[in-house]
Design a protein. Structure first.
Length: 278
């Protein structure tokens, strides 16, 4: 009788061990061969042309295309990707907590951020710019003096313009870039400022096509990188190899043209891995 009890208990332990192992394999979130698992990738959900969650639940944008390509090179099919919204203020925390394997979300590489996370790339060189109406006479920064300039509350973009090139610009801060773009369309503001890639993504939407243009001022250099948990050098190296392949086989330029082309975005050539433009 005692032998039966021990055997039964052992069977229960064995069953629990097998179950736990099976669950662990389904939840795998690494940078190697997928083996039927999933990979969690951080993106923006509210930036047209870069990272946008569509009404049907699908995702589109340049960052999405880059991340999908990278995931494929790491061994994951599109249906094995779990997209995770990572707002700007939570990107470092999401990586530190291992909520995601990597982040592709207009994540500019800076010395301050490199203290907390590692970066692969850069994979895009963007610049702070202005978006204006197609028939606008604003062609240089000083033209903003006396004009209404919009950016998002808490952003430094508009303040930078006011401090450096147009001290008499009238700042308008809205809660999101969608509101700024709508204000530009209605005439409530004369220009919108942030990264040119973000502006191009909004302007490329069907409802705005042909209405706006980028001024092409290149007010700053924004080196977009893919954020990885600090110390995960192996994943950084794998992502860098994937990015190099994406450029060499033409997929990178196709993604740029598809997501930004309708806004007349004049992109910089694909940056070299590890080459940061100051």
């Amino acid at each position: 009788m005692k032998l039966r009890k021990i055997t039964a208990a052992s069977a229960v332990v064995l069953a629990l061990t097998v179950t736990a192992t099976a669950c662990g394999s389904n939840d795998k979130n690494d940078g190697g061969s997928s083996g039927g698992g999933k990979i969690k990738i951080g993106i923006k959900f509210d930036q047209p042309g870069l990272g946008l969650k569509q009404p049907d639940g699908s995702f589109s944008g340049f960052d999405v295309d880059v991340a999908t390509y990278v995931a494929k090179q790491l061994g994951y099919k599109p249906d094995q990707i779990e997209w995770v919204e990572t707002k700007s203020a939570d990107r470092e925390n999401a990586l530190a907590r291992s909520d995601v394997k990597f982040i592709a979300a207009t994540y500019s590489i800076t010395d301050e951020r490199k203290q907390k996370v590692d970066f692969a790339g850069p994979y895009l060189l963007a610049h702070q710019d202005l978006l204006v109406k197609k028939d606008s006479d604003i062609s240089k920064g000083t033209d903003l003096n006396g004009k209404k300039l919009c950016s998002v509350t808490g952003s430094t973009s508009a303040q930078n313009v006011q401090k450096t090139i147009a001290p008499k610009a009238n700042l308008r801060e809205y809660s999101g870039y969608s509101e700024c773009i709508a204000g530009l369309q209605s005439g409530a503001v004369d220009a919108v400022t942030t990264d040119d890639s973000i502006l191009a993504g909004f302007a490329a939407q069907d409802k705005y096509k042909g209405q706006f243009k980028l001024a092409g001022l290149k007010l700053s250099n924004e080196n977009y990188g893919i954020g990885v948990k600090k110390g995960d050098t192996a994943t950084v190296n794998k992502i860098n190899a994937a990015l190099e392949k994406m450029v060499s086989d033409g997929s990178w330029q196709k993604a740029v043209d598809k997501n930004f082309g309708p806004a007349g975005y004049k992109n910089e050539p694909a940056p070299k891995i590890g080459q940061i433009v100051r």
